[in-house]
Write a protein that binds this ligand. Sequence first.
Ligand code: GMT
Length: 378
Amino acid sequence: MNIGIVCYPTFGGSGVVATELAKILAQQGHTVHILSYARPARLEEFNTRIFYHEVSINSYPLFEYPPYALALASQMVNLIEFEQLDLLHVHYALPHATSAYLARQIMAERGLHVPIVTTLHGTDITLVGKDPSYKHVVEFSIDKSDGVTAVSEYLKRETYENFDIKQDIKVIPNFIDLDRFQATDQTDLKMQLAPNGEKIVVHVSNFRKVKRVPAVIKIFAKILEKGIPAKLVLAGDGPDRQLAEQQCRRLGICDHVDFMGKWERVEEILSIADLFLIPSGSETFGLAALEAMSCSVPVISSDIGGLPEVNIHGETGYACPLDDLDCMADYAVQVLSTPSLHATLAKNARNRAKLFNQDQIVRQYEDFYEEVRSRSAK
Ligand code: GMT
């Protein structure tokens, strides 16, 4: 198949999922055209079956806000026409599903129907998408897609609750590369970060408010208070970084905290982790938790959104109510101080991650593409 994939290029979840999907589809023999405003972070290697097309947008003195959605739609038309796409798969509804709708209408005028699949990821539904300034357009565009997927049952429910959508939404969860994300020997890194054999607690995120990095630091401070020799390794960067640094200083625990910044090979850090913390305030799936689990790291999370579909309470780690940081800290202490419990959770975490094996999940996308194409051809 000749597939167009539209995504954000950032380190964030939907861009990563879209790019990894493109790579696997290419491995399966499909040709993939990726359309974005910059080269996606994970599209680092040359691949003869993946073509990257940049959306160029000309500014004009009249435009305080250059109309990206229109430039994107126009570029989609070019791709559909000149690359003869069989299907267009857009990740994150806003504004990608709207641009795709427009491109499809333009192509229909020219006698060609190219089906559109929209994958809903997160804040395109739970935050930005339902904001009154966008809601009508987002709702319409999702409903007009030829196929819609969501990355969790939770996100599917949220979409039906917040939008008047008649389309069937198919849940296709996010996936993991079990070979890349597995625990490997990283003795040197471990020695550098925890030279005295301290337990290593890890958090990976883009440090946006929703990730609640200050809560991570509070939980960690409670772990230290309980007398567990430990180090907190924070990988990633973003708006709350300064706040987090201030909090470390306020709590006087800076010697125990390492800010690693953006870290491409996150699996190396996960390989030395004893515990992963993800107390997010909103999370439709929690890819970071799955990556940790795949590296055999038990997870302590909040019990909101799609997280309980990934991290199973009492099996792969523990999930606590959002504001109950004592609950998260108590479980953390229990896991870090009970080797047999840690070993069981770590083994279960890896086993659960296997259910999200990329080959199996990408096959679900391929089957869905076929289904949407045959439905649209009728
Ligand atoms: O919405 C965001 O925060 C970014 C977003 C994205 O679309 O880039 O992340 C969401 O999608 C990820 C991949 O499907 C999920 O793993 C994240 O849980 C989800 N983030 C939120 O819901 C906050």
